[in-house]
Design a protein around this ligand. Sequence first.
Ligand SMILES: [Zn+2]
Length: 65
Amino acid sequence: MDDADYAQERMDKDHSALLAAVPRPVGRSAHFCMDCDERIPERRRQAYPGTQRCVSCQEDAERGR
Ligand SMILES: [Zn+2]
């Protein structure tokens, strides 16, 4: 292996580390709101991976109520 091959191998390893650091959606979306037990629409569950609340409860939570 010459110096060029060594440099290429190091670049590949750095690239893999970068890919591994990309954040992924956390957890699974709930089917029902944790606050009011309202059914959470499928579109919302897919748009917000990991969501646990319906739209109105989420807005209340973000307002700090
Ligand atoms: Zn709710």
